[in-house]
Ligand binder design. Structure first.
Ligand code: UDP
Length: 495
């Protein structure tokens, strides 16, 4: 294969187009990835809607100032036509989880605007990197004969588990709570059906289930898949997934490491006029190294108030300092009421900070005072915790998050589980019960932050993993090389 340098003439003619899903857990890593690619002397366009672009316009402007050829192209989101209120252009800004099934309706209306936009792009895209949840892009790419690469927001562990379960169907012959071993994996991974993602464990919403099937069908003829992961983390899973799927796979992460400066970290995903992040950093400055627990359940946070109360009481019982992000909580009024009327806020004053808006997560995690991350195991958060070199305490909620918990607890062993048993599908929160008690929270945090040989071992593993994570996207690192391979592959299919 030609080296990327000898293809420099072709490099400047390449045009990568990114089409992210409108949800922070998908949009933010794709913007990070677009920035990394833009730094490799190729032209990059990110296609999104006006309100979504606000979150990353500033960081893209900085990339342009630093010499990248990267631009944003906008299209109008069909919110009103899809029954989504005006002003909502992303899943996390929907006023209610009941509206989540309307989101795929809006996505299915994107064919025309995206096709028109792609046609106008100059030069025509050499490659479209598209979130797999926007299936209409498959037809657009076919029409213009452009290679389409999927982004699915997770890791090869997840891809391999899904692939092996869809083929073996072992989960179909067991009851919801019965444990089974996922076949064909490098580790002995035990799960129960109630912990599987919606594709293998469908919820009650038929529209969402049908949408998942459509997404799956459109994956079939994609040119390959880009993964926000790195080979040192899950090399055996990467190889095995490539082998069984026959797909091209490029692991190019952890992409959040593209945010090196304070501004990039502080503004990542932030919409204008929200919290002033320097207050959190000043507060963190006042605590000893590795003493503070950071708690965040991602951009959607569908834990019930009853469950959040147990988590809050568990945090209180640790007697350790903490930052708890409770933004967008499900039945938010009830949790707000509890925080104040039950006296929680008052009792933890001084040693606990509650962030009710958007948290600058990557910035907070980079502070030396953070000693553990209690996470819902969204894949971005999991990787961001890994990059921070802190042990994780895992509380998966929905989607593929129970798989991610297994990566943490069994594959790389940099964390402990709170012991949740079942996914809570988005929109089905009412059916869920309290899965984790305050004692579980207190004990799990002691297992990663307390004194002792086991605790020290887990912290050491977390530090080593962070070291490997940081090297991967650096020049010469595995993810850097994989991104070169991706560019070369596109040069070869294009010329
Ligand atoms: N995030 C953040 N501040 C918040 C909530 C989330 O910066 O208050 C970011 C977080 O750093 C991560 C993304 O949003 O990059 C959430 O993705 P993840 O896969 O962890 O979870 P999801 O939100 O998709 O469930």
């Amino acid at each position: 294969m030609d080296s990327i340098e000898s293809n420099s003439k072709h490099l400047c003619e390449l045009h990568f187009v990114f089409i992210p899903l409108m949800a922070p857990g998908h949009l933010l890593p794709m913007v990070d990835m677009a920035k990394l690619l833009g730094r490799r002397n190729v032209k990059v366009t990110i296609v999104t809607t006006p309100l979504n672009s606000i979150q990353f316009q500033d960081t893209i402007d900085r990339e342009v100032q630093n010499g990248s050829q990267i631009q944003i192209q906008l299209f109008q989101f069909p919110n009103v036509e899809a029954g989504i209120p005006k002003g909502c252009e992303s899943v996390d800004t929907l006023p209610s989880v009941d509206l989540i099934p309307n989101f795929p309706i809006a996505l299915s209306m994107l064919h025309k605007p995206l096709e028109e936009l792609c046609e106008k792009l100059s030069p025509l895209p050499s490659c479209i990197i598209c979130d797999k949840h926007i299936p209409c892009v498959a037809e657009i790419a076919n029409k213009f004969k452009i290679p389409r690469i999927l982004f699915d927001g997770t890791n090869c562990f997840h891809l391999l588990c899904n692939h092996n379960l869809l083929i073996s169907k072992v989960h179909e012959g067991v009851s919801r709570e019965e444990k089974f071993i996922v076949p064909g994996l490098p580790h002995r991974i035990e799960l129960q059906k109630s912990q599987l993602p919606g594709l293998l464990n469908p919820g009650a919403n038929q529209k969402s289930n049908a949408f998942r099937e459509k997404v799956r069908a459109c994956e079939q003829n994609a040119y390959g898949i880009v993964v926000n992961s790195f080979e040192e983390l899950e090399g055996e899973y990467v190889k095995e997934y490539q082998r069984v799927s026959g797909r091209k796979v490029w692991c190019v992460g952890p992409v959040s490491l593209s945010n090196k400066g304070i501004l990039d970290k502080a503004q990542r995903g932030k919409r204008k006029n929200t919290n002033d992040e320097s207050q959190y950093m000043k507060w963190l400055d006042s605590w000893p190294t590795r003493s503070v627990i950071y708690v965040c359940f991602g951009s959607l946070n569908n834990a019930t108030p009853e469950q959040l109360i147990e988590i809050g009481l568990g945090l209180e019982a640790t007697k350790r300092p903490f930052i708890w992000v409770i933004r967008g909580a499900y039945r938010r009024d009830e949790i707000e009421k509890w925080l104040i009327e039950d006296g929680f806020e008052e009792r933890v004053k001084g040693r606990g900070i509650l962030i009710k808006g958007w948290a600058p997560q990557v910035l907070i995690l980079s502070h030396r005072a953070i000693g553990a991350f209690l996470t819902h195991c969204g894949w971005n958060s999991t990787l961001e915790g890994i990059c921070a070199g802190v042990p994780l305490v895992t509380y998966p909620l929905f989607g593929e998050q129970f798989y991610n918990e297994k990566v943490v607890v069994q594959v790389v062993e940099n964390g402990v589980s709170l012991g949740a048993e079942s996914v809570v599908h988005l929109g089905e929160e009412e059916k869920s019960c309290v899965q984790v008690k305050r004692e579980n929270v207190r004990d799990a945090i002691e297992k990663v932050m307390g004194e002792g040989e086991e605790q020290e071992k887990i912290r050491e593993r977390a530090r080593k993993l962070a070291h490997m994570a940081k090297k991967a996207p650096e020049e010469g690192g595995s993810s850097y090389i994989n991104m070169s391979r991706l560019i070369e592959d596109i040069i070869h299919v294009t010329w």
